[in-house]
Unconditional design. Structure first.
Length: 240
């Protein structure tokens, strides 16, 4: 895509914003590609009506991720509007698309090449990408995988940075209200998932890096040893 003048027509909520032109490889997500910004991003919310329910829920996971990253106000608004979004209310959908696009454009405008603030957009994606890899691409949808990744990140934040269990419960309730219920992943082992994470583009020198949250809008990039992540994965797999 480099050196080409191109326009992005969004069939989702956020994915056309940011200029990533990466493709997936058998060994991981978005491992080959470049940053090249489109001349135009067009989002026609009427196209969203064509999405099947499964894809709609996938998009709502990204909405939840965005609201949690944006802050308390945005999270409260989403909690109040969840049932309207599940029902695909036109006004709620338009307001949400605009708010999400504004937030992501702000993040990308500050950090086009993902060397700082843009890293927050990987919230939930470290485990999410590993699940897609281990289970096989297409076996679990990207949105469902990221939803599980967000739930795991909340639990990991309790252990790693002392986040409140109340935040974990709130994250779970928000995802449930959007129809992104937790699903069993018992066919994966913690060891398989950690191995997949170690091949992720966000890993540095064998150290796993997670976006962890103390409260909506209060996130940080936290480097973690493999043993700690594996222990929390084993706990999650036992509890599912």
């Amino acid at each position: 895509m480099r050196l080409l003048r191109w326009a992005a027509v969004s069939l989702g909520i956020l994915r056309s914003i940011g200029g990533k032109t990466g493709v997936d490889l058998a060994s991981g997500k978005n491992l080959a590609g470049a940053f090249w910004q489109p001349a135009l991003v067009l989002s026609d919310t009427s196209l969203l009506r064509s999405l099947p329910d499964t894809e709609w829920v996938n998009g709502l996971v990204e909405v939840a991720k965005t609201a949690l990253l944006a802050g308390e106000k945005e999270t409260v608004v989403l909690e109040a509007n969840a049932r309207h979004l599940v029902a695909r209310d036109d006004v709620a959908v338009l307001d949400t698309v605009v708010a999400c696009a504004r937030f992501k454009a702000s993040v990308v405008g500050d950090d086009e090449r993902e060397s700082g603030r843009r890293e927050c957009l990987n919230f939930g994606h470290t485990l999410g990408h590993a699940l897609e890899n281990v289970l096989g691409y297409g076996t679990i949808s990207h949105g469902r995988a990221v939803g599980l990744g967000i739930r795991f990140a909340a639990r990991l934040a309790e252990a790693a940075i002392g986040s409140s269990p109340l935040l974990t419960a709130r994250v779970d309730a928000l995802l449930d209200s959007l129809g992104a219920y937790a699903i069993p992943i018992g066919s994966c082992s913690a060891e398989q998932l950690v191995d997949a994470m170690l091949s992720d583009k966000k890993t540095r020198g064998g150290i796993l890096r997670f976006i962890l949250m103390r409260a909506p809008g209060e996130w940080e990039v936290v480097p973690l040893e493999v043993d700690m992540v594996k222990m929390e994965l084993e706990r999650m797999l036992r509890d599912e």
